[in-house]
Design a protein around this ligand. Structure first.
Ligand SMILES: Cc1ncc(COP(=O)(O)O)c(C=O)c1O
Length: 376
């Protein structure tokens, strides 16, 4: 037997991306558009955040901002921190995740599994969330720790650039000319910003739909507490710097997001996270209003295993006064009643805080042009 010639196999970083897109079989009716889901949980760290994490780390290695034995410091209670912890372990970097009390036991365990150090911030900021206090502390640590690097996901434009180059390019190819609309949730604005820019350059007829959670103020409105993880911010992020690229935006309730995430598992066999539920509710509404022969695409941003003790636990849902109901009919009824928060986000939705990066002493604010032109 002859052995094949030796080849260099990919490393972990190279396994990011090229995630599958599948069509749903049961949630839409025959006269409606096809609903297709890009399974970002297929990334090695289990979420779409592997894309900006790998892109930003590689860029920092190339520019010398991150050197062998260096320390990565980031504000994240979720998937971005997990992605950095994973790549940090693979490359020998120390990783410090600045988190808040909302960190779930599962995410803490994942960060620890990759050897990340965890610092918990317990002071709420002026919006009642922890984002600003977390970012400020991460920036302070960055100044104190020699050889440290701040990916700075909320202010670093390489975040949306990663999605423009990879997620959007893949999705447009996979979904084909039938694509009528793309639905994305928003927190740092990385994937909505990158996908919106790419779609409007390459396929301007495709509608771009943004989804925030009720209580978050990415698109303005009154802040209040919410449970949906992964979605929301108390300002419009710079990665979403051109709201004219977004055709309409929705605010989805916790109830909608949790219900849809469970319904996706029960009716389609896709175990994804709660932010996917938020996006799916809106995507289903769009598909119900779009004729057969067209497609509506939505991202399943992470794997559902992370939510087995929350979204997929009936006791937890009852304790948080959320419904355990998860039928296709219930989800369709809810989607049918959804109305957009805005159909002209550029006019209605700007909640930019131009001084914020500087106020929080963001390292990206200190050298904005270094990254800002890349890929634009
Ligand atoms: C599961 C999940 N969904 C959605 C988002 C929002 O993505 P972005 O930060 O690109 O706006 C995140 C961000 O962390 C996430 O972890």
């Amino acid at each position: 037997m002859r052995l094949a010639r030796s080849t260099t196999l990919p490393e972990l970083f190279d396994a990011v991306g090229d995630t599958p897109v599948v069509r749903l079989r049961n949630l839409t009716a025959a006269h409606e558009a096809e609903l297709v889901v890009k399974l970002e949980g297929a990334n090695p760290g289990g979420s779409l955040k592997d894309r900006p994490a790998s892109h930003i780390i590689r860029h920092a290695e190339r520019t010398g901002a991150l050197r062998p034995g260096g320390t990565i410091i980031e504000s994240s209670s979720g998937n971005f921190g997990i992605a950095l912890a994973m790549f940090g372990a693979s490359r020998g970097y120390r990783v410090i995740a600045v988190v808040d009390p909302k960190l779930t036991a599962t995410n803490r365990a994942l960060l620890r599994a990759f050897g990340a150090e965890i610092i918990v911030v317990d002071e709420q900021d002026d919006s009642g969330s922890y984002h600003k206090t977390r970012i400020f502390l991460a920036n302070q640590l960055h100044r104190q720790i020699a050889g440290s690097f701040r990916p700075d996901q909320c202010f670093n434009p390489l975040n949306s650039e990663a999605h423009l180059r990879s997620t959007a390019a893949e999705l447009l190819d996979q979904a084909g000319p039938e694509l009528a609309a793309v639905v994305c949730t928003v927190s740092t604005g990385g994937h909505l910003g990158g996908i919106a820019r790419s779609v409007k350059q390459r396929a301007p007829h495709v509608r771009v739909i943004g989804v925030d959670v009720d209580g978050s103020t990415v698109f303005g409105g009154r802040p209040h507490a919410y449970l949906t993880p992964g979605v929301g911010l108390s300002w419009t992020p710079v990665n979403l710097d051109d709201l004219s690229l977004v055709d309409e935006v929705y605010k989805v309730t916790d109830e909608d997001a949790y219900r849809a995430c469970r319904t996706l598992a029960r009716t389609e066999g896709i175990l994804a996270g709660v932010s996917t539920g938020a996006a799916l509710t809106v995507a289903l509404a769009a598909a119900m209003r779009t004729p057969a022969g067209r497609r509506v695409a939505v991202l399943a941003s992470d794997r559902g295993e992370r939510y087995l003790n929350t979204a997929f636990d009936d006791e937890w849902l009852r304790a948080n006064t959320l419904t355990t109901e998860c039928t296709a009919a219930g989800l369709r009824a809810r989607a049918g009643r959804l109305t957009p928060y805005s159909t002209d986000p550029a006019a209605d939705c700007g909640n930019y805080l131009p001084q914020l990066a500087e106020q929080l002493d963001s390292p990206t604010a200190r050298q904005p042009r270094a990254n800002a032109e890349v890929g634009r």
